[in-house]
Design a protein around this ligand. Structure first.
Ligand code: IMP
Length: 441
């Protein structure tokens, strides 16, 4: 059986906590898109593990797979594996041979392009990890794949074409003085070294076959989406998006497991009880002006600063049109709601239930970002709830939630016609109330 975890909003919904909670019953945890732009923190007792690429389940003794839909920076991958080994964990990580590689020049080009866009409406505020430029090369059929690192003759041939191309862009378009990131011999030595290490550690796999065989043997597989639906390259607020598909379709194309198999399993949307955003672009429910104080409060209590970049996140009220869009695009079978504790003690709590757009009322996200920027949220106010001993609430279960907080959750579930599987009331592993376990349904 499979369970797919999908970010229902803008990333940073606290997916890691649920992967951690439910991944315990899985044999394999798989990432299907993105790269080291994702940041997750796994807390185990007194030890904290910071990961951006290695699937978080690998910390708990699961096999961690990076699917073909990922873009992999081998430097980050090996740094994370080495750091885990230094902390006494030897993670079992497998990498799809079809996955693309982030090269040093991708990061340089990410920075150059962001600088050039800085004063324009196109500035996306990327994480600077080279994600977009790597996917660009994938689509442009000039990318280097993990499998290419394993065969020096193929690697040499691929580099010969692409490095000349990248040098020309960096020098002639951006006026860059070229560094070793654009040197073919340097890149060949670096990448073939990575290839050798991948082989020595037995990491390369044909992900689709590997995973399908495991599922056929009756193993449980958890697909761990990174980022969120509203920054999906197809379903998000283009161009303020990441360059992959966090929505559930990505779990099929990004691993080689068929959509029928993914759809036969559970697909759980992870919802933060409010919105947070690290990048640029419109955000209709953003708390600005008079609401800026509330945003500051939420930012402080919720620790809303980027895991990868440290940037303060923008804060908004929960947006139901955004959630309806995500639930449809990914066929959510259930949702988990996180950070409910962060809203405790506010004077009022709001949810945008629909938008006014150009004189009409709509209840989902419009197709263009310009239309979305013109959307005026229609709010419904909810009774606030008091703070609580959240440890005790998590021990006692859903029924112990403050009544108004439970009403807030019920409203969201009714609006989306999906059940709630879990509620997060704090950052600790023990502070998630499990209502249903998707592997046991
Ligand atoms: P990129 O993925 O680094 O290319 O960044 C593109 C957009 O996605 C930017 O707005 C980033 O802030 C956003 N983004 C990328 N990764 C994450 C994430 O893990 N959480 C939230 N936002 C992200």
């Amino acid at each position: 059986m499979t369970v797919t975890i999908v970010g229902a909003q803008l990333g940073d919904e606290g997916k890691g906590a649920l992967v951690d909670l439910w991944g315990g019953d899985a044999e394999i945890v798989v990432r299907y898109q993105g790269g080291d732009n994702a940041g997750h923190t796994v807390v185990d007792g007194d030890t904290t593990y910071k990961l951006s690429l290695v699937p978080s389940g690998a910390v708990r003794g699961k096999v961690g797979v990076l699917g073909n839909g990922c873009v992999i920076n081998p430097a980050t991958l090996f740094d994370e594996i080495d750091a885990l080994r230094a902390q006494g964990i030897d993670p079992d990580v497998r990498v799809a041979e079809r996955a693309h590689v982030i090269l040093p020049y991708h990061r340089v080009l990410d920075g150059l392009e962001e600088d050039r866009k800085a004063d324009t409406a196109l500035h996306a505020g990327t994480t600077g990890r080279g994600i977009g430029p790597a996917y660009e090369d994938k689509a442009g059929r000039r990318g280097i794949r993990i499998g290419d690192l394993l065969d020096p003759a193929v690697l040499e041939e691929r580099l010969q074409y692409v490095v000349g191309y990248k040098r020309a862009i960096a020098r002639d378009v951006f006026g860059l003085e070229l560094t070793e990131a654009f040197d073919e011999d340097h890149l060949f030595d670096l990448l073939s070294g990575y290839g050798q290490r991948l082989l020595d550690e037995g990491m390369p796999i044909d992900a689709g076959t590997y995973l399908t065989e495991a599922i056929d043997r009756g193993e449980q597989v958890l697909f761990e989406g990174a980022q969120g639906t509203s920054i999906d390259i197809d379903h998000g607020i283009y161009p303020y998006v990441t360059s992959s598909n966090p929505s559930a379709g990505g779990a099929a194309t990004g691993t080689g497991v068929g959509p029928g198999v993914i759809g036969d399993g559970e697909i759980v949307g992870i919802v933060k009880a409010y919105l947070s955003r690290v990048g640029t672009g419109p955000l209709p429910t953003e708390m600005l002006g008079d609401a800026a104080d509330v945003a500051d409060e939420i930012r402080e209590v919720g620790g809303e600063f980027g895991t990868v970049t440290g940037r303060p996140r923008r804060i908004g009220w929960l947006d139901l049109p955004m959630l309806r869009h995500a639930a449809r695009a990914s066929s959510f079978t259930g949702i988990a709601i996180n950070h409910l504790d962060v809203l405790a003690e506010l004077e009022t709590v709001k949810i945008a239930t629909s938008y006014h757009l150009d004189g009409a009322e709509i209840d989902t996200v419009p197709p263009t970002t310009e239309q979305w920027a013109r959307c005026d949220p229609v709010y419904r106010e909810f009774d606030p709830w008091p703070s609580a001993d959240w440890d005790a609430v998590s021990r006692r279960g859903y029924g112990a939630l403050p009544t108004a907080a439970a009403g807030y959750i019920d409203f969201i579930c009714d609006a989306l016609s999906v059940p709630v599987y879990a509620v997060g009331v704090g950052p600790k592993r023990s502070q998630t109330i499990m209502v249903e376990h998707p592997f046991h349904l």
